[in-house]
Ligand binder design. Structure first.
Ligand SMILES: [Zn+2]
Length: 96
């Protein structure tokens, strides 16, 4: 596998057909917008669990992963980043 640089997950704003505005995740590998959330994964790139302290919000205790969150088309994902979920578990599925 090459060592291609990936970017952290980000959203881009797009105007579709000069009418609708949509916010779409940008593929962390190829840089293209992801339009089908079932065709992409969201995952952690880097260290698994952080040594950071727990954050308590109400009755829940949260511990943040140290790695960067990235999102990538299935065809761009090299399968090395964990944990991962299908992007449709995080983003509302939308096709343009
Ligand atoms: Zn891609």
């Amino acid at each position: 596998m090459d060592s291609k640089e990936v970017i952290s997950a980000e959203l881009g704003a797009y105007v579709v057909n000069n009418r609708d505005i949509v916010f779409l995740p940008t593929c962390s590998v190829c840089g293209e917008p992801i339009t089908d959330m079932d065709d992409a994964n969201i995952m952690v790139d880097g260290s698994p669990l952080a040594n950071s302290p727990m954050i308590q919000i109400g009755r829940d205790h949260l511990q943040r992963y140290e790695g960067r969150v990235v999102v990538a088309h299935l065809r761009c994902d090299d399968g090395r980043r964990k944990p991962w979920f299908r992007a449709s578990r995080v983003f509302v599925r939308r096709r343009i």
